[in-house]
Design a protein around this ligand. Structure first.
Ligand SMILES: Nc1ncnc2c1ncn2[C@@H]1O[C@H](COP(=O)(O)OP(=O)(O)O)[C@@H](O)[C@H]1O
Ligand SMILES: [Mg+2]
Length: 308
């Protein structure tokens, strides 16, 4: 099997005239934590429902585990879903809720299975407490436990940290990282890039149903890292001076005139002075600072979409 576990091609979903997901292409590799980011109404839930087999695409293809799913729907069974409604009973405990689902799956040795699952998601001490008395974070963890029944290869979590307090967010993040360590591929959506920045290994930004960016964690962090941007007559003249006289090692030559310096130990004035002393004239120098959120907003517009 190739390392691509999911591939969507030209995936489109229309609701009458509304195009909710518009010709989306991407691949997800085995073991990735794939972050799907987009403002409200961008099409995240619609896209995840198609990948999870809950709704049919209007056009396009979904390949799961190297098979086109039109040919065999059983591949959807290897996906665990937490999308919108978790469908749990508020008057039952976490254990009872999971037990009902485990029965419907025909699982053997249910008691041990459920106790292990409760422990995994950190709900093993809730005992008889009814779900209606759970905190938001506990409910989300129960939702993840529900999605994990049947030991899926891929876990799809639609905005699992929406509305949680910082403590809840950090618990869910830890759980996601722990689950990923066991080998599960995870797809997680959010309308806040920052929330996913500590977990996802890959990011796709969705806007008006279209993929507007597909970027690795390393690339994203580099984009958002503090840097000095510098314009000179000839970058190739400046580089040896920056390296030798100032000990700068982390830089990127953008074109013949522009250099981005990622080393933070040097001040702008020092760079201008040293280059001038060595006959290189600096046309322009600026400190570039961009938070993940600014990066996201710049690409999606500050207002975001609204549900209509
Ligand atoms: N069942 C539906 N019928 C009609 N329009 C829908 C339906 N589901 C979603 N939409 C529309 O599709 C767009 C994308 O919605 P959604 O996938 O829920 O976005 P997100 O999850 O990113 O907030 C929105 O404009 C929404 O109103
Ligand atoms: Mg949604």
């Amino acid at each position: 099997m190739s390392s691509e576990i999911i591939e969507v091609k030209q995936l489109t979903k229309k609701f009458k005239a509304k195009v909710a997901v518009d010709n989306v292409d991407f691949k997800i590799r085995k073991g990735e934590i794939f972050g799907l980011i987009g403002p409200n109404g961008a099409g995240k839930s619609t896209l995840l429902k198609m990948i999870g087999g809950l709704i049919y695409p209007s056009s396009g293809k979904i390949h799961l585990f190297d098979h086109a799913v039109q040919e065999n729907h059983s591949y959807f069974e290897r996906m665990g879903l937490l999308i919108e409604n978790t469908g749990v009973y508020p008057n039952y405990s976490a254990y009872k809720n999971l037990d009902l689902i485990a029965i419907s799956y025909g699982l053997k040795d249910r008691q041990r299975y459920i106790n292990d699952l409760l422990k995994l998601v950190g709900l093993d001490r809730t005992h008889k407490k009814k779900v209606k008395n759970f905190s938001m974070g506990m409910k989300q963890r129960l939702g993840i436990a529900v999605a994990l029944i049947g030991s899926p290869d891929v876990l799809i979590l639609d905005e699992p940290i929406n509305g949680l307090d910082p403590q809840g967010i950090s618990e869910i993040r830890k759980l996601i990282l722990d689950l990923n360590k066991t080998g599960i591929t995870i797809i997680i959506s959010s309308h806040i890039l920052e929330e996913l920045s500590k977990v996802a290994t890959k990011y796709v930004i969705l806007h008006h149903g279209k993929v507007i960016e597909n970027i690795s964690k390393e690339e994203l962090l580099l984009q958002c890292e503090n840097r000095i941007e510098l314009e000179v007559d000839e970058a190739k003249m400046a580089i040896p001076i920056l390296e030798k006289n100032l000990g700068i090692q982390r830089y990127k030559v953008i074109n013949e005139r522009i250099i981005h310096i990622h080393d933070t130990h040097v001040e702008s004035q020092q760079i201008v002075k040293t280059l001038a002393e060595n006959g290189v004239f600096v046309h322009y120098i600026t400190k570039h600072k961009q938070s993940l959120e600014q990066y996201f907003l710049e690409r999606t517009g500050s207002g975001g979409d609204t549900h209509d």
